[in-house]
Design a binder for this molecule. Structure first.
Ligand code: 6PG
Length: 255
């Protein structure tokens, strides 16, 4: 896609499509929203008449892929961005919004609380794994996704769905879905735009599986390989500009 606006429209189109399918097939749409600033344009697209009228929002349950350990009204809160950009404008009841408790004093307790909430709502006690209908992800210039940062302890987690982790910059204390938890999803959509991400996109998409000199822990987004679900990368032209097989737009990997 040429630019961020088109990227947001494509993401909104996919969001609505996956939502319609999930509500039709199972009566609800359980989606985990990503953090950062990219979702802002997605929320603007979703609350516009083109998309907001295409989905039964009463069937949607909102979760989060990660959160900064701050109160929900903090400028850095991923929940706050979604609340102001989507939940309030669409009058979505907060009884259907399940935010990560970033304000809990001990992050690991917040992570455990959130995992327990998801497992209960999805009726998925261990050893089963809850499967989101859709998980939206962004990616940083260092190829981190959610709050899975290069060479951090969360990357090694194979049993838990939600853990605390540490970011190298900004709000350091984070809560995040683990890669194994994300990979249970029925669909994962990356939404990545801008030239600053092009090198990370290349490292994750072009070299994946080839370049064994540097393991996936250096490029955490490589760890996202849905077990049975769909993996879709939405890229604008700038973010895709270093791809040798430059498929501008949707690069869809049926994994
Ligand atoms: C977060 C995110 C993070 C984000 C990327 C991209 O809480 O920061 O979940 O993984 O998606 O850092 O951020 P931008 O969209 O701001 O580029």
């Amino acid at each position: 896609m040429d630019n961020g606006e088109e990227l947001a429209r494509e993401a909104a189109d996919l969001f609505v499509w996956f939502g319609q399918q999930a509500i039709r097939n199972g009566g609800h749409f359980r989606v985990a929203l990503s953090g950062g600033s990219t979702p802002k344009a997605l929320y603007a697209a979703l609350r516009g008449t083109t998309f907001s009228t295409q989905l039964d929002w009463t069937g949607v349950e909102f979760y989060f892929s990660d959160e900064r350990c701050v109160p929900p009204d903090h400028p850095e809160s991923n929940f706050r961005l979604a609340n102001e950009g989507l939940f309030q404008p669409l009058r979505i009841g907060l009884d259907r919004v399940f935010r990560m408790p970033g304000e809990v004093g001990v992050p690991d307790q917040g992570a455990s609380q959130y995992e327990a909430l998801i497992r209960e709502r999805f009726a998925a006690p261990p050893p089963s794994w809850p499967a989101f209908d859709l998980i939206l992800l962004g990616m940083g210039e260092d190829a981190h996704t959610a709050s899975l940062f290069p060479r951090t302890p969360a990357l090694e987690e194979s049993k838990r769905l939600v853990v605390a982790n540490v970011a190298p910059q900004g709000v350091k204390a984070r809560l995040t879905l683990t890669a194994r938890g994300i990979n249970q999803a029925r669909a994962v959509v990356f939404m990545v735009g801008g030239k600053s991400k092009a090198k990370a996109v290349q490292a994750v998409l072009n070299d994946r599986g080839k370049d064994h000199s540097v393991d996936d822990r250096q490029f955490p987004a490589r760890l996202i390989r849905p077990v049975a679900g769909r993996l879709i990368w939405l890229l604008d032209r700038a973010a895709a500009s270093e791809l040798t097989v430059a498929k501008q737009g949707i690069v869809s990997h049926e994994e």
